[in-house]
Design a protein around this ligand. Structure first.
Ligand code: SAH
Ligand code: SF4
Length: 377
């Protein structure tokens, strides 16, 4: 007997195949995806255009399993942060960030992260495990239909216009689960987001940047954080494997496939570490004559034990001004949801050891504002 499948794990091709193996026609996959991802319906009986026998078959063989919500926090500025239980004491976060022209959801790809960047509290936790496709999509599914109801949107109106893979984890280290999830985000039979409105942020997994270009080219943001290898080796240890020359070459190759004609570089501003005028000039020189890029400066979100400090607002402004004078578009990431710890540049910040209602030990990571320049333009 086929084991019960969580329908959130399928992209359309996989759903066609899975239903097809049981003799169901391909168009049924589209119908199921409409109910699930466009209308948020999880009850097979309510899927009224499905033939009765198919509904019965789904009841037996399929389920729609969302992630249990551990906490939901709401900021005065409209930012909403969910902490989802992914089992065995692990939890991941998603953050909904409303703005005038778009609503962005920041999504996690892994519980923890193996990349160990020195300024990141997810990295400080170490790697727990990859999320599967269903767990990645469950974050979007939950946020979309929770916010749609809350905002009083009509059927067909979308709550979330942009997705950024900037939550916990390195998405390109979880490639096999990531790509089907991206395909569902893009699929007109599901969320129907344009490629420009879905952003993958990476610390620089070079071979996977090339694979993403071939398989599913969405907007790309690269976590640069340093203008030379010596400093980047310290801040982003992955740089020792894929140094700047290789990373920048991969970015240039990616541009040939990208939905946007520039690459966004994220640059976390660390007091006295990478934020001087000299660093700004070095960054400009590094990129001279290469390819179009934009710089998203993220004020560091401090967390206990990091030993790092946030650059002053003046330093950030001066750094941005130096880039701007050189003709580079530089934006400073706004902090959002300060009052709910969703304000940091990423899932850094405060690490909370807490006991969930089920008694499991849950390590919660304060979440991100995740509003990236990658989303703009
Ligand atoms: N792993 C991917 C995506 C998640 S991190 C990556 O590294 O790109 C999303 C962004 O937040 C990255 O640019 C990351 O470097 C940044 N970030 C991590 N910790 C931060 C902190 N404490 N303060 C500010 N930005 C941080
Ligand atoms: Fe992982 Fe990104 Fe944090 Fe680095 S910044 S440890 S890659 S989540």
């Amino acid at each position: 007997m086929t084991p019960t499948a969580n329908l959130l794990r399928f992209d359309k091709d996989a759903l066609v195949e899975w239903l097809g193996a049981a003799g169901h026609k391909a168009f049924r996959a589209r119908q199921v995806m409409h109910w699930l991802h466009q209308r948020g319906v999880a009850d097979f009986e309510a899927m009224t255009d499905l033939a009765k026998p198919l509904r019965g078959w789904l009841r037996e063989h399929a389920c729609v399993q969302a992630l249990p919500v551990v906490t939901e926090q709401r900021s005065r500025d409209g930012t909403v942060k969910w902490l989802f239980d992914v089992g065995a004491g692990n939890a991941v976060e998603s953050v909904f960030i409303p703005e005038t022209s778009r609503n962005t959801l920041c999504v996690s790809s892994q519980a923890g992260c193996a990349m160990a960047c020195s300024f990141c509290s997810t990295g400080a936790q170490g790697f727990n495990r990859n999320l599967d496709t269903a767990e990645i999509l469950a974050q979007l599914w939950w946020a979309e239909f929770t916010m749609r109801a809350e905002l009083g949107l009509a059927d067909g109106e979308r709550a979330i216009s942009n997705v950024v893979m900037m939550g916990m984890g390195e998405p390109l280290q979880n490639y096999a689960a990531l790509v089907p999830a991206l395909r569902v985000m893009l699929d007109d039979d599901a969320y129907g987001l344009s490629r420009r409105r879905v952003t993958v942020s990476t610390s620089g997994v070079v071979p996977m940047i090339d694979r993403l270009a071939a398989d599913c080219p969405v907007a790309l943001a690269v976590s640069l954080h340093a203008p030379n290898d010596a400093l980047r080796d310290q801040l982003v240890p992955l740089n020792r494997k894929y140094p700047l020359a290789e990373l920048l070459a991969a970015c240039e190759r990616y541009l040939a496939h990208a939905p946007r004609d520039f690459i966004t570089f994220e640059y976390c501003m660390l007091d006295g570490v990478n934020d001087t005028a000299e660093h700004a000039r070095e960054l400009i020189a590094l990129m001279q004559g290469r390819f179009p890029w934009k710089c998203n400066l993220i004020p560091f979100n401090p967390f206990p034990g990091s030993g790092l400090r946030r650059s002053s607002a003046q330093r950030v402004a001066a750094f941005a001004a130096t880039l701007t004078e050189a003709g580079i578009v530089a934006t400073v990431r706004k902090t959002r949801g300060d009052d709910i710890d969703a304000a940091c540049g990423q899932l850094a910040g405060e690490v909370l050891d807490r006991t969930s209602r089920r008694g499991a030990r849950v390590v919660a990571i304060a979440a991100s504002d995740a509003v990236s320049a990658a989303n703009q333009g």
